[in-house]
Design a protein around this ligand. Sequence first.
Ligand SMILES: [Fe+2]
Ligand SMILES: [Fe+2]
Length: 167
Amino acid sequence: MGPKTNENLKAAFAGESQAHMKYLAFAGAAEKEGFRNIGRLFTAIAFAERVHATNHHEALFGSTPTVKNLETAVGGENYEVKDMYPPFKAAADQEGEKQASLSFHFALEAEKIHAVLYSRAKEAAASRKDFQVGDIHICSVCGHTIVGAAPDECPVCGASKEKFRKF
Ligand SMILES: [Fe+2]
Ligand SMILES: [Fe+2]
């Protein structure tokens, strides 16, 4: 692939991915304000941006084997745990940015678990086995990730059991 196209696809993938999330957030805000159809418009176009992001990703990387994808995923999670979130949180604390600090804290705590789960999954996939894992529960407030039953209270943010979504 030409270097310019490679660079452009990466930029477009990042932009469309962000637009997807931004529009979902805007949809939630619109619904809260009682604009149901505007919420629906944001939700619909968020999905279109997701399609674009998926297509750009496909054009960039094609389809890659799961063992390699898990390696990429472990690398990304470890980067966030070791190099990204600790200094981000420290800077937010220094600037007195409480909400940002909490948001970084929630992410940091979850990413540690993600790294472990992905690396176990990688070991399984490397020996051509699926990952033997039961229910996975995610806290919809902080992203805390639990294998097994949802706890009565999220150990990271204190949210109640009903806030967990099962996968
Ligand atoms: Fe993660
Ligand atoms: Fe939580």
